[in-house]
Structure formats: C-alpha cells, structure tokens
Design a protein around this ligand. Structure first.
Ligand SMILES: [Zn+2]
Length: 694
C-alpha cells in the first residue's frame, strides 16, 4: 500500500557509500501476463519515441481493464482461478506500465522521452490507485474462500488488507478525494525527483586546487586555457574531489554545490507533497503520514519503531562519539586552531585519518578495481553464492547502447533477465538503484530488472577505477537484483520479492555488501588493471581495518536521515521549517559543524521513495548482519548457507511475511549481537582514544 515510489530499491542516502532499489506503488501486488512477444513486454522496443511509449503504456492499461472486466463478469462462485487470477493479471499489466515508464523516466535517451515517461508514470499509477479503490473488485476478492495453500492465502489476505488501508470502504465522495490526493502525490513525488535529476551543478576550480587527486582523475579533468577545471555534482566527478582535494576552499564549494541540488526549486514541491500526504493520512484515520506509512510494514507501529531506533542509538552513539573524537584530535594535530570539523571537510579528514592511522590510502586500491573487472567479479560472486549462472546476451535492443544484458539460469532453467545501466550521462537519474522491469509468473513470464547506477568508466580509454566503497555499492545493488530475480518465480506477480514489506527490502542488499570483506572472495576479481597483480593481502588487511573505522558514526548519520524523514512526515507541513528541522536532526547525530547553506533535504529523493520509512536501512542493517553471521567464514561462497539463504529468504518472495522469512533463516528472532560486533570491529582491534565525550 502506501505511495511507495513506483520505482526501485536503493542505496541509502549516505553520500559516501551506500545504494538502493525502487518499489512499485502497490504493495497490493501486480504483474505482467500471458505469453507475449518481446516488444509487448519491453516498452523501449516499441520505437523509442514518446508517441510509441504512450501507445505501449495505454495498450497495457487497456489490457488491465479487460482483466478487471473479466473478473467482475463472473456469475458463479468466487474462486482463486476466476477472481484472484484475473486480479493478478490486471496487476501485472499495471506493473508493466508503471515499472517501465518509471525506468524510462530515469534513463530515457532524450528529454522528450523522459517527459513523456514521467507523465505516463503518473497515468499508470493513477490506474493502480483506481484499482485499489474499486469496491466491486474488493468485494469479489473478499468473497473468495480461504485458499488451502499458505502462499495464496497470504497473498489474498495481504491484498485485502491493502485495499482496506487504501480506503476502499470509504464512501464515494471520500474515495474520490483519496484518488485525487494519491494522483497528486505521485505527480509531486516525480517532480521532486526530476528536479534533482536535472539539476547538475558545476564548480570551477583552479588547477592547483586539484592537488591531492589521483592521476587518472587529473587526466580526465584537464584545465582550460585560463587554468580552470570544471567539476560537476555527478558522483564520479564531485565525490573524489571532495574526498581528496587538499584545498579547503574547493571542498567547501563542492560541498555546497552538492547540498544545494534541488534548492530552491523543490521547496514548494516538497511542502505540497507533505501536505497532500498528511491530508490523505488523516482522511484514512491516521494522525500523521508516518503512522500511515508504517501500518503495513514489518515494524508495525510507531511505538515499536521508537523502541527499536532507541536501541540502535544506544548501540552506536558512544562508539560513534569515540570515532568522531579520534578524527577531531587527528585533524587538530594538523590544524591546531580547529574547534570542529566542518561537514564539508568530513570526508577529507576521514581519508587523511585512515592514511595516518591504518597506513591505508584509499587511492592505492583503486587500480585493483577497474569497472569492467569489478562487474565480472560481482556477477561471478553472486553466481557462486546463489548457485546460478549469469550469461551475457548479445544483440539485445535496449534504451541505450551502453546498457549490457545478462540472462540468469538455475541449471538449464532460465530465471530471468537483468540489465546494467552503470555510468552517468546527461539527463539520467543521478543515484544508484535497482528497479524491476517485470515481475515473474511461474510458467508464464520471467522477471526482469535493471541496475541504474553512476559509476566511473564507460568511456573509451577510461579504465573506470572505482573507489572500494563503489564496489560495496555494486554488491548492495546486486543483492537487490538477486532478491527480485530469485524472488519472482512464484504463481502470481503479486508474490514477487520486491513486494515483500518495504522495511525488509534493504536486508538482502546490505547482506551482500559484507562479502566485500573476505579476501578470498575479493581476490577472485581484484587485480591490478595494468600489471594483473592480485590485491596484496597486506593491503587488503589495511583496507579492511580502515574501512571498519567510521561504522558507528556512519550509523549515527543513518539515524539522522531516519529522523529527518520521520520529522518531515510528522510535523505540520504548512509551518514546517525544512532548514531548521534538518539542522536540528543534523546536530543530534553529527559532531561535525553544520555548514550554513546546506539544504540537503531538497535533493533527498528517499523522501519520495521511502517517504517516512528511511528507518528501513538501519532496521535491515541489523538483520543483514545477523544473516551474514550465519555463513561459515571459511566457506563463505561454497558453504551450505548460500543455498539455504536463497531458499529461505529470497525464493519465497512475498509469499510469507518478512518477519517469518527472517525467523525461517535464523531459526530465532533477530538480535543486535552481530551488529554490535560489526560496529566495534575496529575498536576491538585497536588501542582506543580515552575520550568518549561527544
Ligand atoms: Zn538498497
């Protein structure tokens, strides 16, 4: 239920490392149908122009109407076959329309196509909302006798729950109002994201300010005749400069450029979005949007969430403060007059600190992570772990020539198709996400999904040397993709992995991140792009220890985003002072100095995708680490846990409640033990600074 963005799942909004996926707006379930030709299932094959896309989407919306008419025409007793099946078929058509419009909205080759895709995403979501408010369909589904098998029973019960949460039992006038609000919420959410995609800022630097940046960066950023270099806010461009430049002046400019994306354009868009959400929540009987958005989640209630977040805060605050204090003490050795580290300089000082304390320069591992090699390595790692084959497919027509295509097999059985759209280009979505293109129906339709990322590389002559954090992001996104592919092999589209409770979605992705920290896994692909030398063990050890530094403070930052998303969806929108609330939450969970002019909320697209439920990342981090602790460290990839995880957590998709998937794999409720060990790994191994003051 709830307006989840009609898009994918993703990277947490930690500018440094993480990544994400997007989910369709209908937790109620949806799916593509019948044996169909490729062009019928792929919007981008329909011609590639706006008119062709419009025709394609409207054809699927028409088919959904036919399915609904078929469902409503039944005169005999209601059954799964004559009612739930056509409902699912309709959902399939609507999901195809939503997922593919919304993917092309983010990656379409021309502005005209992206504009059309944006409008069609609204149209398709509106059709979904209409279906979720259709009382005749609801009554028909409610009349289906309880199915004997647990999976179908769960799907039916969950669908009926989503109908009730959507307001299907309200009177006509109220439902009309709900529909109008939902449609407006979709429109405003897309406008918010679009303003971010389209707002690339450029900072002009003097050549000398690039001191500290690696040679390959300098080679791709030559100075002009006046000795000036232009640096954009695209991640491969702006992030290295913020981390490595020795110029505080440049770092300050780059930071503000990044934190001003979407500002001020998104101010009124966001206020209008929050106001519509609040109005809708109240209409549906909830005091705030945050309460409403939590109603069908694994967490279940604001009280339970508050208790949970309190535990996370207790676990991470003190070690986070120790990390921050150690960083400040280090920076003060270099600059004795410094009182606080500016937020604009935090990444720079973290890098300098890791170099000094762990003898680890993050640039030293980049040559071992050229993009193409990492791509092969991540695919091979997932293939071994999940007992699948991932084979390249050539000659496939996609939306852009740079997109690569793979088929996924379980033995001889094809499970589905994945697409990788991995490098930035003008007008493309600027984040890192996994998005479904189709959901599967066993025996009839295979799932497909895409990674939409902005990694280095992709241009001739550029090896695309990645930061090690980028490799972790890649693994994160691939975790989502495997969840979607393996979890969408069930009887109904509405039983797909991405349709499980939204606050479980970041567990499979964050679980796969942990495989980065195993030397044997990493050295299957981490080889020097020129010499072919395997990543030396000593360098790996230093990287691992350096990487463990900052985990607790990183979790505090995640709590900041969590608090921000909850506050924005709990306080009255009309009088909400975005800057003041953001600064308040920033200072609750950061020890670095807030930089005036920082309007991060204006580009915080998770406010659309996850709305108030950003807490998903910290909740699922705990689960992910508990999952990972079940793997044998000596046999990470080839031990039995991989298949057991695939079968217990991924394959069921959304046929069981997420909490049950967790219990099925762990054999118990999750706990914070592995999470605490993970966070304290560095301090356990090191002499720690005595100060724990914050
Ligand atoms: Zn994610």
């Amino acid at each position: 239920m709830v307006d989840r963005s009609p898009r994918g799942h993703c990277l947490p909004f930690v500018v440094a490392v993480l990544a994400c996926a997007t989910v369709p707006a209908w937790a109620a379930g949806a799916a593509p149908a019948r044996a169909a030709a490729s062009t019928e299932l792929h919007a981008w094959e329909a011609g590639g122009d706006p008119a062709a896309l419009e025709k394609w989407v409207h054809e699927h919306l028409r088919r959904a109407e036919v399915d609904i008419a078929r469902l409503l025409a039944v005169k005999s007793a209601r059954t799964v076959g004559n009612t739930l099946r056509p409902y699912d078929d309709a959902a399939n058509e609507l999901m195809l329309s939503v997922t593919q419009s919304s993917v092309l909205y983010g990656v379409g080759a021309t502005r005209e196509l992206r504009d059309k895709a944006q409008a069609l995403t609204q149209t398709a979501n509106a059709a979904f909302t209409a279906l979720n408010l259709n009382q005749a369909v609801y009554r028909a589904l409610a009349a289906v006798p309880t199915p004997p098998d647990a999976a179908t029973r769960h799907y039916l019960e969950h669908t009926l729950l989503e109908y009730r949460l959507a307001g299907v039992d309200k009177d006509d006038a109220t439902r009309t109002k709900i529909k109008a609000l939902q449609d407006k919420i979709t429109e405003l959410g897309l406008a918010f994201e679009r303003a971010v995609h389209d707002d690339v800022r450029t900072t002009v630097a003097d050549k000398g300010q690039l001191d500290g940046l690696p040679p390959d960066y300098l080679a791709t950023h030559p100075a002009d005749a006046e000795g000036q270099v232009r640096i954009t806010t695209d991640p491969p461009d702006g992030w290295p400069a913020q981390t490595f430049s020795n110029s505080a002046d440049l770092r300050g400019k780059l930071y503000l450029a990044a934190q001003e994306v979407g500002y001020p354009a998104n101010t009124e868009t966001l206020r209008a979005l929050l106001a519509r959400r609040e109005e809708l929540a109240r209409l549906l009987g909830y005091p705030t949007w945050a309460d409403f958005a939590m109603a069908d989640q694994m967490t279940g209630s604001p009280a339970k969430l508050a208790e949970y977040l309190g535990n996370i805060d207790v676990a991470s605050r003190e070690p986070g403060a120790r990390e921050d204090a150690a960083l400040l003490a280090f920076a003060q050795q270099r600059e004795p007059s410094m009182q606080k580290i500016s937020a604009a300089d935090a990444r720079y000082w973290q890098e300098q600190y890791r170099r000094a304390r762990f003898s680890f320069d993050s640039q030293s591992v980049r040559p071992y992570f050229p993009y193409a090699q990492v791509e092969r390595g991540v695919l091979a790692t997932a293939a071994t772990l999940f007992h699948i084959d991932i084979k390249p497919v050539s000659g496939v027509h996609t939306w852009h020539p740079s997109v690569t295509t793979y088929d996924v097999f379980d033995g001889a059985v094809r499970l589905g198709r994945i697409y990788l759209d991995m490098h930035p280009r003008e007008g493309k979505d600027k984040w890192f996400s996994t998005q479904p293109l189709m959901f599967g129906i066993h025996g009839r339709q295979l799932p497909e999904g895409v990674l939409v990322c902005n990694f280095a590389g992709g241009t001739p002559g550029d090896p695309g040397l990645m930061q090690y954090g980028d490799v972790v992001v890649f693994l994160h996104e691939f975790g989502h993709l495997m969840h979607h592919l393996i979890g969408s092999q069930n009887a109904f589209v509405g039983e797909g992995g991405f349709l499980v409770e939204g606050d479980f979605i970041e567990a499979p992705s964050q679980m796969l991140e942990e495989f980065f920290h195993d030397y044997r896994v990493l050295t299957t692909f981490a080889r020097h792009y020129q010499s072919g030398e395997v990543l030396p063990r000593d360098l790996f050890m230093r990287m691992t220890r350096a990487d463990a530094y900052g985990r607790a403070s990183g979790q505090q930052r995640q709590l900041m985003y969590t608090a921000l998303s909850l506050d924005f969806h709990s306080l009255p929108p009309a009088t909400l002072d975005f800057d003041a609330v953001y600064r308040h939450d920033f200072e609750r969970f950061n020890s670095s100095a807030f930089v005036p002019g920082d309007h991060l909320w204006a580009s915080f697209t998770h406010l659309n995708g996850y709305s108030s439920n950003y807490y998903t990342y910290v909740l699922d981090k705990v689960i992910a680490l508990d999952f990972f602790a079940q793997f044998d460290p000596q046999e990470l990839l080839r031990g039995p846990a991989g298949m057991r995880y695939r079968q217990a957590v991924l394959a069921p998709g959304s046929t069981r409640p997420a909490a049950q998937l967790v219990r099925d794999f762990l054999g118990r409720e999750p706990n914070l033990d592995a999470y605490r060990r993970w966070m304290l790994a560095e301090f356990d191994a090191e002499t720690t600074p005595s100060s724990s003051a914050r």
